[in-house]
Design a protein around this ligand. Structure first.
Ligand SMILES: [Zn+2]
Length: 258
């Protein structure tokens, strides 16, 4: 089982600005970089289209948070896994992510609308823990949006943003605690942020944390090669013994493997 947890809007420097014991434990147990790169525009839906299709926005054509079908469709990660007989689950609290996967490719989809509170991500994390524990899916995607909401409300790196990051760290701990011993966890952000926004090419918006741990992944290892959002899907298929789709432009991050 591979679990991908998306922590929307988490800047790498924020992980050192406030206590984040779960993030720290993941980095200690696995391989990580605090220099991974988002795509332009560094906006949530374009970023997720790039994560799940391994092509930049210039190729998939989604340049804001309004979904449009691709003129020349690229096979997505979930569709490719389905083609190889693997079940995928999606658990999220940002509704536009429903458009990331073509019909009849997901085995489980769970969306919860939540008003912003410090408990924003609690239900998604609890549901993710249940889905992980039942062990019926080869790939589980979990999207936690509370830190991005706090960034827009209070400003990136503000006390309110960092407070929500501590809550996210606890929710991430719920997910980590549910992982079976043979599971691989990948955690990264889609973009960073500055002031009360994001979407620019500035390092504050473009630089993201990317980390993974599990059997076969180096422990306490700092990734030296460049990592992009485009590399997540090829890395996941590689770990499952499947090649990338021919249209994908990212590469498997094999450096993290023992
Ligand atoms: Zn945002």
């Amino acid at each position: 089982m591979i679990v991908l947890v998306m922590v929307d809007g988490v800047r790498p420097d924020a992980l050192d600005a406030t206590p984040c014991p779960t993030f720290a434990a993941i980095r200690a147990r696995g391989a990580s970089t605090m220099q991974a790169q988002s795509v332009m525009p560094s906006v949530t839906l374009p970023c997720h289209m790039s994560i799940f299709h391994s092509v930049p926005p210039a190729r998939h054509g989604i340049t804001d948070n309004l979904y449009l079908p691709m003129a020349r469709p690229v096979t997505g990660l979930v569709e490719r896994l389905r083609h190889h007989g693997h079940r995928s689950a999606f658990i999220h609290n940002w509704e536009p992510l429903r458009d990331l996967n073509r019909p009849e490719t997901l085995a489980l989809s769970y969306y919860v609308e939540a008003p912003y509170t410090h408990q924003y991500d609690n239900e998604v994390a609890a549901q993710a823990a249940r889905v992980i524990a039942d062990g019926r899916h080869a790939f589980v995607f979990v999207y936690l949006g509370g830190v991005d909401v706090a960034g827009h409300a209070f400003g990136w790196m503000s006390p309110g943003y960092l407070e929500q990051l501590r809550h996210l760290d606890a929710d991430l701990g719920t997910i980590v605690a549910a992982l079976p011993a043979d599971a691989t966890l990948i955690v990264h952000a889609d973009h960073g942020g500055h002031e009360r926004t994001h979407g620019t090419a500035s390092p504050d918006d473009m630089t993201i944390p990317w980390m993974a741990f599990g059997p076969g992944i180096r422990a306490g290892y700092t990734i030296t090669e460049p990592v992009s959002l485009l590399d997540t899907a090829p890395t996941i298929t590689h770990m499952l013994g499947i090649g990338p789709d021919a249209a994908w432009e990212g590469r498997a991050i094999t450096e993290i493997l023992i």
